[in-house]
Design a protein around this ligand. Sequence first.
Ligand code: KG4
Ligand code: ZN
Length: 341
Amino acid sequence: MLGIETSCDETGVGIVRGHELLADAVASSVEEHARFGGVVPEVASRAHLEAMVPTIERACETAGVRLADVDALAVTSGPGLAGALLVGVAAAKSLAIALGKPLYGVNHLAAHVAVDQLEHGALPDPCLALLVSGGHSSLLRVGDVTSEIDPMGSTIDDAAGEAFDKVARLLGLPFPGGPYIDKAAREGQISIDFPRGLTSRRDLERHRFDFSFSGLKTAVARWVEARQASGEPVPVDDVAASFQEAVCDVLTRKAVDAAASEGIEDILIGGGVAANSRLRVLAEERAAQKGIRVRVPRPKLCTDNGAMVAALGAEMVARGRTPSQLDLPADSSMPVDVVLV
Ligand code: KG4
Ligand code: ZN
């Protein structure tokens, strides 16, 4: 199964055989976006166009297969940036027609869940997925990953990774900010009490499993401004540690609460923010208190890649799902419970 991913700024082409990973080729345009402090959709689309064919070739080379050996294809149909998705969908359709092989248009979020099968084997059914990246922050109840994904909550404003990137920017750290905050936080103290979004008793009534990070981002900005106005240096490491703790505290608290409320014994964390060292530790600590296990794929599989799409495609075949029509869309706002188009 060959999978293609182009929903954001990574051109990913992965090849798998069942749960076995054969190749995971990724070309990222992140450096082209760095000076803008965020992903520029048009720049990402053009980069996908340039990277697509070489990345497919690289994946085949690594896997030691020819395109003609591929049995089926899968592609991210959505959600994501419209122009970026179109490049991947057009490439996948072309290959499917040229090779005469079936094509599965799949949901990016479900692919973030399915990828864990490449590392830890079959997914527990059910499991609770916490997906946190620059584009999404969701809590999902997952049964059969090819058809049963129920959203329990999501962010009502910024995504978790977006909050990391914005706070990094105001601390003068490079883009994308997550890894830099993670690193700075290791040198700092959790000494500032930043707000935990949507955790007050009133908020919990309506938004028990939802997230909000924009108030936190503003609180950090105000704190830094006040420091600068007083003429004192900004303790970047302490701010990073305190901000990171506020994010990880809410993410892990809500994920464990969601799993426990559904009687689910396995939490799976995915998306770029899953690479955060504090998130992993806190999630395991808090889940263990409730007898819940935590699975996190290795960082390269957590960030956007083609192997995750191939992993979901392979599961589609294993479960006997009908392939997509060749006029399948690139759907920038594909609903999370639509796994296959
Ligand atoms: O999944 P991903 O590669 O792309 C999408 O956004 O879909 O996630 C990228 C996000 C960025 O916001 C980045 O800052 C964040 O993941 N990130 C991290 C860490 N590594 C990457 N956030 C916190 N801690 C990290 N170690
Ligand atoms: Zn993603």
